[in-house]
Design a protein around this ligand. Structure first.
Ligand SMILES: Cc1cc2nc3c(=O)[nH]c(=O)nc-3n(C[C@H](O)[C@H](O)[C@H](O)COP(=O)(O)O)c2cc1C
Length: 449
């Protein structure tokens, strides 16, 4: 038994949450139909810089780690073999190119990071490194790369390339990363001497030319970009198949995963930590950021009303078309009363699991799944007062193994303003969230305990 003094001195340090705002550079992000909500983008145009500057300042006011920009490269065309319902109901469409808004976000802020989703499918690693390192410079080291390899047939159709199987995409991804690392490491830290007297800017002996000859890529060059503040962007990943989890365990510094219940989060956390061992990385060395959507109000009944209003915006056909796009199946040909538990999908396996377990494993019909999924990809939706939401987040941190939360947008920018003003102070009061940024780079802030 501990002596009284020892008990008093035992300060239990609580894990603090990291927070990111999950958004797309488009008219509608991950809650389908939200563009028509009466509070969505009132007075704002998503295609203008002012909207992004305001959103960035709001997230920075809430001390978020980063704004996280999801992306895909073309409107989905799986549902009925056409992208008509995607265009018709603004299902992640239109979506503009994500890296274009990074400098707008980072010049409007001092600390907020930006996670940018860029696909490896149609871009050579050389230009990917060049772009990301340039963005890392322009942001003073606040960029993360969400590494994706294009899971949707529509993306391959858009580029006129035959879609490859997931296994092949991961093989390519491994080599892709090898080339990126070689380029990022090709400049020594002291390569630049900038000696005006001698006229020597950089020592060529310290800027190595890489000569990569692999199965998928060839690259014979020096990186064209001087070493950036973070050296390389924070590597982020959301692959969720068996192969995808291994890739994340090997390369990622942070992972984005969606699990509807705390039991599934725990399951994922344990699985990921076991995989880290395989790559000689200590458990907990990768930040696990779980998706969550919040609907906050001063009272529970008001929050519930708000939630009902949000759900009323979801168009049933648009919801199905979105599921068809993400899971690579044409749900227009299915009996909507069939259970999703009886179906196998070629698309995003990890997100499909969010609806398989939406009711703790109890059967869910396709019709029901579409409405759950269209709300926010099967993330837990936390509806209530700031106290209720903070209570739930504490459970996810302590029992689910979460290191933080990717907050999926409902109406914007209002949902992030409400979170910053109402939930952040409650998390801080419980010592579950930072009261200031620890560092200047995104990596430093992500590592903040
Ligand atoms: C939560 C979550 C978010 C994702 N966001 C994107 C995205 O914005 N763009 C994209 O192309 N893929 C996205 N993906 C897809 C994955 O990163 C991955 O490429 C895809 O799931 C295929 O890999 P997998 O079969 O290992 O899951 C996301 C996946 C998850 C689980």
């Amino acid at each position: 038994m501990a002596a009284a003094g020892q008990v008093e001195n035992r300060i239990v340090s609580k894990k603090k949450a990291h927070l990111l705002g999950f958004i797309q550079h488009g008219v509608n992000s991950h809650a389908t139909g939200m563009w028509r909500h009466p509070r969505d983008k009132v007075g704002w145009d998503f295609s203008r810089p002012a909207y992004w500057q305001h959103m960035a300042r709001t997230m920075e006011r809430g001390l978020f780690d980063a704004m996280f920009i999801a992306d895909e490269l073309a409107p989905y065309n799986t549902h009925g073999g056409t992208s008509d319902p995607i265009v018709k109901y603004a299902v992640q469409c239109p979506t503009h190119e994500p890296s274009t808004i990074v400098p707008i976000i980072t010049t409007a802020t001092k600390h907020l990071g930006v996670g940018v989703t860029l696909s490896t499918a149609f871009e050579h690693p050389y230009s990917m490194v060049r772009r990301l390192s340039s963005l890392d410079h322009l942001s003073d080291g606040r960029v993360a790369w969400n590494i994706v390899s294009s899971y949707s047939k529509s993306e391959w159709d858009a580029y006129g390339v035959e879609m490859t199987h997931r296994t092949r995409r991961y093989e390519l991804l491994e080599e892709y990363m090898e080339v990126c690392y070689k380029l990022w490491n090709s400049w020594d830290a002291d390569a630049i001497v900038a000696d005006k007297a001698s006229g020597i800017y950089a020592d060529p002996a310290k800027v190595r030319e890489i000569n990569h000859v692999g199965e998928f890529f060839r690259c014979k060059a020096r990186s064209f970009v001087a070493p950036s503040p973070q050296g390389q962007p924070v590597l982020w990943q959301a692959g969720s198949s068996d192969r995808g989890r291994d890739f994340a365990a090997k390369h990622a510094e942070a992972i984005f995963a969606v699990h509807p219940t705390v039991t599934r989060m725990r399951h994922y956390t344990d699985d990921l930590n076991n995989r880290l061992d395989k790559f000689e990385r200590p458990p907990g060395s990768v930040k696990l950021i779980f998706g969550a959507q919040t609907v906050v109000a001063d009272t529970r009944s008001e929050a519930q009303e708000k939630y009902e209003r949000i759900k009323a915006c979801i168009p049933a056909e648009g919801a199905l078309a979105w599921m068809s796009g993400h899971f690579g199946l044409d749900f227009s040909t299915y009996d909507l009363d069939e259970y999703v538990q009886n179906i196998e999908v070629p698309g995003i396996q990890g997100l499909f699991e969010s609806i398989l377990y939406a009711r703790d494993g109890a059967p869910v019909t396709i019709r029901e799944a579409a409405m759950i999924y269209a709300q926010g990809m099967g993330m837990p939706v936390l509806v209530g007062t700031a106290t209720d939401i903070a209570d739930q987040m504490e459970v996810f941190l302590d029992e689910g193994g979460a290191d933080g939360f990717m907050l999926a947008a409902t109406y914007t920018p209002g949902c992030f303003e409400e979170f910053a003003d109402m939930v952040v102070p409650e998390l801080q009061r419980r010592q579950r969230f930072r009261t200031s940024y620890a560092g200047t780079t995104l990596r430093e802030n992500l590592l903040q305990g």
